[in-house]
Write a protein that binds this ligand. Structure first.
Ligand SMILES: [Cu+2]
Length: 191
């Protein structure tokens, strides 16, 4: 009888140990469950982080092609009626800016153009334009001194010259219609 009791006790104690062991095993899953939430949070953080870069990429790409280094400058010029002179003798723009110059020729009889040339070359360029003829808008072709120009604009008509403002410095603008260059000119300042 005593031996059987001892066996029972030993069996019970073994069962107790197993129960404790199982209890400790059950504690492990709980231990692994605790770190799990941080992992899911970390995954959520990673999931929310990627979206900003994609949205930031297009935002950086769009300004590059659309916005020139110096921005866009819109200039307007006219003539003083039938006088052979522009309405202003000075224009300016920032270096590298995209210049859109609109020339409104309000004269009722005269044709004009507007040409941007290197400083001190307005008369020489006009002379070269005289040789080029009216079919070429009184403008020489392939002339490095001529930086930009409108076409020949008839009375009451308008035209545009679009160009990137060159390096900082003083330039000239002039009408190269024969004889107009002596009174139709001004200084174009790039700053
Ligand atoms: Cu003119």
């Amino acid at each position: 009888m005593r031996k059987s009791l001892l066996v029972l006790i030993s069996i019970l104690s073994a069962v107790m140990l197993l129960a404790i062991a199982c209890g400790s095993d059950e504690a492990d899953p709980n231990a692994t469950d605790t770190p799990a939430p941080p992992n899911t949070i970390a995954v959520e953080d990673r999931a929310t982080e990627p979206p900003p870069p994609p949205t930031a990429m297009p935002a950086e790409d769009t300004p590059v092609p659309s916005a020139p280094a110096g921005g866009t400058v819109e200039l307007t010029i006219d003539v003083n009626g039938e006088a052979l002179e522009f309405t202003t003798a000075s224009l300016s723009a920032a270096a590298g800016s995209e210049v859109v110059l609109t020339f409104n020729n309000s004269s009722s009889v005269n044709s004009h153009n507007w040409a941007l040339v290197e400083a001190g070359t307005k008369d020489d360029v006009a002379t070269a334009g005289l040789a080029a003829g009216q079919d070429n808008n009184w403008l020489p072709s392939g002339d490095a001194r001529l930086l930009s120009a409108t076409i020949l604009i008839g009375p009451g008509e308008s035209g545009q010259a679009t160009f990137t403002a060159p390096a900082a410095g003083d330039y000239q603008f002039v009408c190269t219609f024969p004889g107009h260059n002596f009174t139709m000119f001004g200084t174009f300042t790039v700053n």
